[in-house]
Design a protein around this ligand. Sequence first.
Ligand SMILES: Cc1cc2nc3c(=O)[nH]c(=O)nc-3n(C[C@H](O)[C@H](O)[C@H](O)COP(=O)(O)OP(=O)(O)OC[C@H]3O[C@@H](n4cnc5c(N)ncnc54)[C@H](O)[C@@H]3O)c2cc1C
Ligand code: FES
Length: 370
Amino acid sequence: MSTYTVTVEPVGREVECDEDQTILEACLRAGVWLPHSCTHGTCATCKLDKLEGDVDLGEASSFALMDFERDDDKILACCAKPQSDVTIEADLDVDEDMEVHPVQDFTGTVALLEDIAQDTKRLVVELDREIGFNAGQYMKFTVPATEKDGEGLEEVDRTWSIASPPGEATRLEFHIRNVPGGRGTDGWVFAGLAEGDQVRLSGPYGRFVLKTTDDKHAILVGGGTGVAPLKSMVRHALEAGEYEGEITLYAGGRTRAHLYDVAAFRALEEEHEDQFTYRPCLSEETAEQVSADGEDPDGYAYGLVTEVIEEDHARLGGCRGYLCGPPPMVDAALKTMMGRRLFPRDILREDFFDESDKNSGGLKSPLIKR
Ligand SMILES: Cc1cc2nc3c(=O)[nH]c(=O)nc-3n(C[C@H](O)[C@H](O)[C@H](O)COP(=O)(O)OP(=O)(O)OC[C@H]3O[C@@H](n4cnc5c(N)ncnc54)[C@H](O)[C@@H]3O)c2cc1C
Ligand code: FES
């Protein structure tokens, strides 16, 4: 196998990159931080200029990297693999709130795999050694090769956000929703994976991180398992005392059966009543239904998370938004927040793009830099 040198301008850093490795992967492993989000060719966050050399553009979606951009020597670093020595130019500004932890490979043991909500499991992995990461980042799992309908399927990578705080450096928690027909979920986590199994994973990845130097009111909005990185942020902020500002978490689900960790968030709210507010939102259940089951109807908000936010806040100027979950929910929450006077620069988003988004175009909102 050939190895090439990738020179990263404007700093002139040189990174060795194998021909079957993406430029992003090589840089992150060498501790050279390049902007990125989805790491699978959908969001365009990692788009940069190739100044010299040849690359294979890989599986960049035609939405994330348009034809004219290809002609203009733009590349997606998360897909492009070198075919010669290459020089790239990238925006290397690292957020002051982010500690750069080079990506590393880990093996882990499944310590817990339990149902926590409808079609949703909690996966806890005990790592072979400590990992450093920022609250909000994610890991890439290797989904093993398998056979389906007599056909051999190669191993693939799937990304899941870390739900535990950075202080828990060897035991990572994940929340995973089943996607019917999905390789990683339906075909693995919800099929054969069991406690005691060994898994391979790498990380940390992503730039959706809690801005710990802030003291703005943090409005966290999660749909379904979009709560995962937000749980990491909330626990890091409250338990480790890493955030000065107020925090409100909106967790959206269709019914109570779709929400999870409600009791844990309520306990945190009670313990940190001056700083933390938890708003579980039900879009398909009413206060009457909750009451009929003997639960306090005031423990929930009713409607889509966007509707509840609109009711709660006439203005959001001066706050900071953290949006995470299915891309349509993230887009809707972005519009709601902007409608309440929150600038795009004060909104961070993590879209849970999957393989189908590559074809349909993950980039739906040009309003905000990813
Ligand atoms: C940064 C990030 C963080 C994430 N964090 C989480 C998390 O914490 N929890 C969570 O539950 N999810 C998370 N996700 C989503 C997760 O990465 C997976 O996409 C999701 O779990 C589905 O994986 P899968 O392998 O089961 O499905 P896939 O095999 O990826 O399939 C997904 C869907 O696409 C269809 N499909 C597959 N291949 C194609 C194709 N070539 N063309 C068209 N359609 C296709 C499938 O039929 C299925 O409906 C995250 C995503 C990102 C980008
Ligand atoms: S990080 Fe490369 S397209 Fe999303």
